[in-house]
Ligand binder design. Structure first.
Ligand code: AMP
Length: 441
């Protein structure tokens, strides 16, 4: 199929052509016709499937079919994203695909000055891309009026709920007109998502490109069993031996992200860490340096990495498995994007075998495993519960190890990390994620 069959106007087709896209991805070819019919959409699509263009292209097309002047503080399209990074990336896509159209858009998220955001809203906008916290701040200050929203797009709805945004979302929805078109994108379908869908979508068309909770076919997955204490040197060996040029490495905690990136820098590998404790400027710079190739290894926590749009990422390494099985799917969704093959490697120590089981159950397949010569796990090391400092065990459907005093794992003790430190991905309730720096406020 070609884009010309999708009934998009010439300025949009021109921008698509300039991006070098020759044909729509499955989510685009399925979703765009429904959206152009005015239908609500429930799309099960993870990042890397081309979902952003899947909603941005028809959204721009619908605006061109019904031109209206902008009105002070009002917006015609509201796009809500869970993180600042994702908001920025969606905003970039809106500008890219809309570059030959006259629409005004703005991105609003927390962590940066609110005054320029207020000023752009005052002038009137066609499209507003926002994270929930800052949007509610702006609504509270009467700088944005949602009563004219024609289209509401909820991107990465599952992650919104994971991050504890449900009440914020409900507040926003209460301010939207009843008569509107709503598009909801989610990589996974929990009961909470189903409940949200039934309350905000009207007779939605369902679009599902990769079955929810399955990992991308294009990603080669591999597990390497290795002792916890030897993961760092194994990773360095893999990077140097294989001459990897661009690797996204995941840790469960901010502390481990920092520690690992410091180590890599020390041995001469350009690396940067990205997590919720880093300021917006540092995160943007780390991502830009990684994209440009100046930084080869980006070490990230789950929340910080959410929504990172990096073309053709060849390698993802799970330095530590996530304690939430769904996060594994999101992590490996960073590679094998839009038709490119990728490799996802997980370094798994004895403490993480339960996490691995949970992941394999979720993706419904066994991940091939191997042991690297010289890095064979020591059979005398017994599994220890992964306590707070190691990643706050007890993700969805996984039993939480009781946290006892002096129950630090060997890794924590080595790190000198106290057990009161909260990992970024730790949740107080199974489905609620609290993070200090990345909630978009
Ligand atoms: P997304 O799933 O929206 O994060 O998009 C993943 C990547 O796919 C982005 O880098 C897009 O630039 C790219 N992409 C989107 N649509 C297409 C397409 N039709 N052909 C090739 N690449 C695309």
């Amino acid at each position: 199929m070609s884009f010309s069959k999708l009934n998009l106007c010439e300025p949009i087709l021109k921008a698509i052509k300039e991006e070098g896209y020759t044909s729509p991805t499955p989510v685009q070819s399925q979703a765009i016709p429904y959206i152009l019919e005015g239908r609500d959409i429930l799309a099960g699509a993870q990042t890397g499937t081309g979902k952003t263009a899947g909603f941005t292209l028809p959204m721009l097309e619908l605006l061109t079919r019904d031109p209206k002047p902008t009105q002070k503080n009002k917006v015609r399209v509201l796009i809500l994203t869970p993180t600042r990074e994702l908001a920025a990336q969606v905003g970039e896509s809106v500008s890219t695909y809309g570059r030959y159209l006259p629409y005004k858009s703005a991105i609003v998220f927390g962590g940066v000055g609110i005054n320029p955001q207020i000023a752009s809203l005052k002038k009137g906008l066609d499209i507003l891309i926002a994270t929930p916290g800052r949007l509610l701040d702006l609504i509270g200050q009467k700088c944005v009026d949602l009563s004219s929203v024609e289209m509401f797009i909820l991107d990465e709805a599952d992650r919104m709920l994971d991050m504890g945004f449900i009440n914020d979302i409900k507040k926003v929805i209460a301010l939207l007109p009843q008569k509107r078109q709503t598009l909801l994108f989610s990589a996974t379908y929990s009961d909470d998502i189903k409940k949200l869908c039934s309350s905000i979508l009207k007779n939605p068309a369902t679009v599902e490109v990769a079955r929810a909770n399955t990992s991308s076919e294009l990603v080669t997955q591999k597990v390497i069993f290795v002792d916890c204490a030897r993961k760092t040197s194994l990773l360095a060996k893999l990077i140097l031996q294989n001459k990897w040029e661009q690797v996204l490495v995941f840790t469960r905690t901010k502390h481990h992200a920092n520690k690992l990136s410091d180590y890599l820098i020390k041995i001469g590998v350009s690396a940067a860490a990205i997590h919720g404790n880093k300021g917006q400027g540092a995160r943007t710079k780390a991502l830009a340096d990684f994209k440009s190739g100046e930084v080869k290894i980006l070490v990230a926590t789950d929340i910080a990495a959410r929504g990172l749009d990096i073309d053709q990422l060849p390698h993802v390494v799970n330095f530590e498995l996530p304690n939430i099985a769904e996060d594994y799917v999101h992590r490996i969704g960073r590679t094998g994007r839009a038709g490119n093959e990728g490799e996802a490697l997980s370094l798994v120590c004895i403490d993480e075998h339960e996490y691995l089981k949970g992941i394999e159950k979720l993706i419904n397949k066994k991940i091939p495993s191997e042991i690297i010569e010289g890095y064979e796990p020591d059979p005398s090391i017994k599994a220890q519960p992964i306590t707070q400092g190691r990643g706050g065990g007890g993700g969805r459907g996984q039993s939480q190890s009781p946290r006892k005093q002096n129950n630090q794992s060997s890794d924590q003790r080595r790190d000198g990390q106290s057990s009161h430190k909260k990992p970024e991905g730790q949740r107080s309730k199974p489905s609620t994620r609290h993070s200090s720096g990345n909630r978009g406020r």
